[in-house]
Design a protein around this ligand. Structure first.
Ligand SMILES: [Zn+2]
Length: 408
């Protein structure tokens, strides 16, 4: 006897079965002790369940995975965005108190409780669009006390919103104001003190860095990666967003889980990612919000067989995005991904980007029973509709979580 049996549904398993979306029509899904016990044709079910739930012809996908967010922050930057629309320069915005350091200031000033509350509110909105796992980065604290506060807030907010949280330490996001004139001293502290303590207290699942002319150099990021790996933490990198810094090659050399953004990725970078099996995480909502015009080299990534994930990049400065289904549409419209590639990008490949591919990302027996149930007639519709609330309900670790706004 299983705990739960879902019937009268179609499953987009996203497993590599040769079928479009790994689809199984007239499917049944067995759940036992929080895991998938069976995913297959309803005609072949031979086990009973304590609870049988008819999904009335709905489609079921793996719970969606948002593998790149900065969802913990205080304040917002709507004012700065309005200035940018009027043509204000980076310097003018910084002078008016905007930019990433304004978020650092607000986040440092916020209490842990306030950060938990504002983050949980955002995660609940993400959950309405089918998300069951989210990666959340620190990087607005930039000192151990405030980075720790952010990572603790991420975990607590995930529990409130019924979302699994994977945490990344992003101390190398920006140079904190108190180190503006001594980069080396900040890097020294980050590598010799902060990373060891974060690792020791198990506050993060990976370490991230921002490799860019306005952030940290390739050599500085290398130092961060070496410190992370010597403490047993895998790495990921913000790479090639505004210029080609060779970040993808650095990420690949360190066996990075992912290299993210990649608008200016070179051929050498693509080859390096392919060799290392590093996931290319594309962030179409940031591309849209920044009115960028240079898309990542999708065709070349595809040809090289680099796994492509897409994510919201939810953050107050460049991507105030809370709908991962809208990100699917942007991935197709702006980057010309196919709807199936886009959905792979928030399921199977996003799981790989978090090192969680054995646990989540496809509907296969043995994996965690994280599911999203959708009011659609075909999985491609998840990427087609814009601004739609298509989700009916989620299962997180086998537990039904109903959508708060859902009409009965
Ligand atoms: Zn980011």
């Amino acid at each position: 006897m299983w705990d739960t049996l879902l019937i009268d549904c179609h499953a987009a398993t996203m497993a590599k079965t040769g079928e479009r979306f790994g689809a199984i029509r007239d499917a049944a899904i067995g759940i036992d002790r929080g895991r998938l016990a069976f995913v297959g044709a309803s005609a072949s079910v031979k086990t009973g369940a304590r609870e049988i739930h008819s999904l009335k012809g709905a489609w079921v996908t793996p719970g969606l995975i948002d593998c790149h967010t900065h969802a913990v922050f205080a304040g917002n930057r709507a004012q700065e965005w309005a200035m940018r629309l009027q043509g204000a320069s980076y310097e003018e915005i910084a002078k008016a108190g905007g930019g990433i350091l304004s978020t650092v200031k607000a986040t440092r000033a916020a209490s842990l409780e306030a950060l938990v509350a504002s983050t949980a509110s955002r995660l609940l909105k993400m959950a309405e669009h089918g998300v069951t796992t989210v990666e959340i980065k620190s990087g607005y604290g930039l000192d151990l006390e405030n980075e720790t506060k952010m990572l603790v807030a991420a975990e607590r907010a995930g529990k409130i919103a019924n979302i699994h949280v994977s945490r990344s330490f992003l101390g190398a996001h920006a140079l904190p104001p108190e180190f503006a004139h001594d980069r080396k001293a900040y890097l020294d502290r980050l590598c010799a003190e902060d990373i060891p303590k974060i690792a020791q207290q198990r506050l993060a699942d990976s370490v991230d860095a921002f490799c860019e002319t306005i952030a940290f150099t390739k050599d500085e990021c290398r130092r961060v990666f070496e410190a992370a790996r010597s403490h047993g933490l895998p790495v990921r990198l913000h790479a090639e967003q505004r210029s080609d810094q060779g970040g993808a090659q650095l990420a690949a050399e360190h066996g990075a889980l992912s290299a993210d953004h990649l608008e200016h990725l070179s051929e050498e970078g693509i080859a390096a990612l392919a060799r290392a099996g590093t996931v290319a995480v594309l962030l179409p909502a940031a591309y849209y919000f920044l009115r960028d015009t240079n898309p990542p080299p999708i065709a070349a990534l595809r040809k090289a067989g680099v796994p492509i994930a897409i994510a919201s990049d939810c953050n107050p400065g460049t991507s105030p995005m809370l709908s991962l289904t809208d990100v699917l549409n942007m991935g197709c419209t702006l980057f010309r991904l196919t709807p199936e590639e886009a959905l792979q990008g928030v399921t199977r490949h996003a799981a790989k980007a978090l090192g969680l591919e054995k646990e989540v990302g496809t509907l296969e027996a043995g994996k965690v029973a994280d599911l999203a149930v959708w009011d659609i007639g075909d999985p491609a519709e998840l990427a087609y509709w814009i601004g739609a609330h298509l989700m009916i309900e989620r299962y997180v670790s086998g537990q039904l979580v109903r959508n708060a706004w859902r009409a009965e």
